[in-house]
Write a protein that binds this ligand. Structure first.
Ligand SMILES: [Zn+2]
Length: 288
């Protein structure tokens, strides 16, 4: 599933090709892409408008249009966005956006979970409020902010990182990789982090996302960039999908467990399991 580095890789490729172009027509071949809004309504909202910017929030890709309107797209499990100058149509084509210079932006999606929604810009913040938390590659992600978000949370660190309303953009791959870099066990209760743990986790998140960006993302299964090419991050995984292989830091055997229904890879030797910190307020309540 595309995570922040994959979506950002696509964004950087789309930006020079799309900004300034006018949408001439849209064909939606799968009404699930725009559900519950009818494809015709989405087409009418977009055709004739100029793309002013290509932005990203968490795992969402945003085409900012004139007339204060935005097309927000989420690729979900297997969605891809491809720039096309013609030629054979790719398989699993769900939508095609034709631009005034002859370029087409194609959306393909074998499993059909990808979504698109048109939002008026004055509703954009409301739409993402509660869904998307802090951007991990912005200055807003500090150790203090991570500790604040995790405070009181008993959920495992792995689940904490997958929760888009806390830190946005991290999925199964980069959560495993960030926790290994931070030397933190994925089952540690999030609220048990001390300030120094939060700082190591912040460094781990930033380092792993930047590695993903440098590699053009990870192509474990369906992910392709906007040029149809595979990323290379899967060749650099420290622990993800490396069950039974030696930990690159300590040499112990990497293990796989399931956390929150997701395969989770970690080193049982050098990723420290934090103990739950006593919650004083809870104790007082139980005595009252
Ligand atoms: Zn290790």
């Amino acid at each position: 599933m595309p995570e922040l580095p994959e979506v950002e890789t696509i964004r950087r490729q789309l930006e020079p090709a799309l900004v300034g172009r006018v949408i001439e027509s849209i064909e939606v071949f799968d009404e699930r892409w725009t559900r519950p809004v009818a494809p015709g309504e989405v087409e009418r909202a977009l055709v004739g408008h100029r793309i002013e910017a290509v932005e990203r929030r968490g795992k969402y890709l945003l085409l900012r249009l004139d007339a204060d309107r935005t097309l927000a797209m989420h690729l979900r499990m297997t969605g891809n966005l491809l720039l096309s100058q013609g030629g054979a149509e790719p398989s699993h084509l769900r939508a095609s956006i034709a631009l005034d210079d002859g370029t087409r932006l194609l959306f393909t999606d074998p499993r059909r979970f990808g979504q698109a929604v048109v939002l008026e810009d004055d509703r954009l913040d409301d739409h993402f409020a509660g869904r998307l938390g802090v951007e991990p590659l912005s200055e807003a992600l500090t150790a203090e902010e991570l500790c604040r978000l995790a405070s009181g949370r008993r959920a495992p660190l792995k689940s904490f990182l997958l929760d888009q309303s806390g830190v946005a953009g991290i999925g199964n791959i980069y959560a495993d990789e960030a926790l290994h870099r931070a030397a933190l066990h994925p089952l540690s209760p999030a609220g048990s982090m001390k300030p120094e743990d939060c700082e190591r986790l912040r460094e781990g998140i930033v380092a792993t996302l930047e590695a993903g960006l440098r590699s053009g993302g990870a192509s474990v299964d369906d992910y392709r960039d906007a040029r149809g090419e595979r990323g290379a991050m899967q060749d650099e995984f420290l622990v993800h999908t490396r069950e039974g292989e030696p930990c690159p830091r300590c040499g112990a055997e990497i293990r796989r467990i399931v956390v929150a229904g997701r395969s989770t890879y970690f080193c049982p030797s050098c990723q420290r399991r934090l103990r739950r910190r006593p919650r004083r307020r809870a104790v007082h309540r139980s005595l009252a």
